[in-house]
Design a protein around this ligand. Structure first.
Ligand SMILES: *Cc1c(COP(=O)(O)O)cnc(C)c1O
Length: 373
């Protein structure tokens, strides 16, 4: 058989892994210790921080889906980012993006204050501006695309060309598009990060992260670093993530189909000033006419849940200014468009008409309440 499609790879994760029983579903190995029959004679498993059979199957699938060679399943998206940054040391300089996941921005602040790793923040728009950020100690570029929450796409291939010409590592947080829509390693990136809590898991029920690389040396470095510090994904959460990944391609199709309907509705609605949608995926941001509408809108949605996360089967609505991006100083976030009028939607896989009707009635009620007050 030739190269399998992502949909086939996903559906088959964990099948045909147990010769002894023929289990179709990957068994869940809770065991932390593994027997050796003599000195140096074992099954390849010693201790679960180093390797676990259930996590191994997940990590292999993560690598395959991203067209990488080595996958690492971590306890959260933030610990995946933390693992990647073990590569850097005091005095290094990293170029990143202005419009970044709030938790990542907060972590970079800590690295800057406590470990004197320097950061510069690019607006992601013009590749030719990147040269202006370059310093003798620049080691890497860290991007998210599309950006969060402004949904601006950054051209990975162009950034990768700049990175490789200047001997920098390119790290891409691929949480929003997933390998179904975008494979950064195929576009020249060196390291892919995920918050698997989002689309990869897909059910708002596990906190998880992933790091995927192709390069042998990077693979060996991260295997050793992860074994050393141990922020690995637990066996049970690994099993749940395998289960989630099986339907990733199907879910992404539904998220996108529904998102396109919601975008069409929002673009035509008189109370919506501007919609930010990059044309694919399930994430939408929009500016509402008046800040006074936000609280009543969030109180009146019935299907959408006012909550901070994304990528699950249930539709969520988030207010970045007070939730995901609250740690970014107001002046800074407003300077690049993350204003108090901005809302973000993670479109789930419910029926599109039901979702549109929910937004429609919540906007109607919100405008009535805002007029009264
Ligand atoms: C949620 C998120 C993270 C952090 O992941 P956790 O699983 O919450 O630790 C990082 N990057 C992006 C783009 C995210 O959405």
């Amino acid at each position: 058989m030739g190269k399998l499609s992502k949909q086939t790879i996903s559906a088959q994760i964990g099948n045909k892994k147990c010769e002894k029983t023929g289990a179709v579903n990957m068994p869940l190995y809770f065991s932390t210790a593994y027997r050796h029959t003599d000195i140096g004679v074992g099954t390849g498993y010693d201790y679960t921080r180093t390797a676990n059979p259930t996590r191994d199957v997940l990590e292999e699938a993560l690598a395959e889906l991203e067209d990488g060679q080595f996958g690492f399943a971590t306890s959260s998206g933030m610990s995946a980012t933390g693992l990647v940054f073990k590569r850097f040391k005091t005095g290094d300089h990293i170029i990143s993006l202005q419009d970044l996941y709030g938790g990542t921005f907060r972590y970079f602040g800590t690295l800057e204050r406590q470990y004197k790793i320097e950061f510069s923040y690019w607006n992601g728009k013009d590749i030719s501006d990147l040269a202006g950020f370059l310093k003798a100690n620049t080691k890497a570029i860290f991007i998210e695309t599309p950006t969060n929450p402004l949904m601006q796409e950054v051209d990975i291939r162009e950034v990768a060309e700049f990175a490789s010409a200047n001997h920098l590592l390119l790290i891409v947080d691929n949480t929003f598009y997933t390998p179904i829509l975008q494979q950064p390693l195929n576009l020249g990136a060196d390291i892919v990060i995920h918050s698997a809590t989002k689309y990869l898991g897909g059910h708002n029920d596990i906190l998880a992260g992933a790091v995927i690389v192709r390069n042998e040396e990077l693979g060996a470095f991260y295997a050793a670093a992860l074994n050393e510090s141990g922020e690995v994904l637990s066996p049970f959460d690994s099993w749940l993530l395998i289960r989630g990944l099986k339907t990733l391609p199907l879910r992404m199709r539904e998220h996108e189909k529904n998102a396109k309907r919601v975008v069409q509705f929002l673009r035509e609605h008189p109370l919506i000033k501007e919609v930010k949608y990059p044309g694919q995926g399930g994430m939408i941001s929009f500016y509402i006419e008046d800040v006074a509408l936000i609280s009543p809108l969030l109180r009146n949605v019935e299907l959408f849940t006012f909550a901070e996360s994304l990528g699950g089967v249930e539709s969520l609505i988030t207010y970045p200014a007070t939730q995901t991006h609250a740690d970014i100083p107001r002046e800074l976030r407003e300077s690049y468009g993350l204003t108090d009028e901005l809302l973000r939607i993670s479109v789930g896989i419910e029926d599109a008409d039901d979702l549109v009707n929910d937004l429609k009635s919540a906007l109607d009620l919100a405008s009535k309440e805002a007029v009264r007050s």
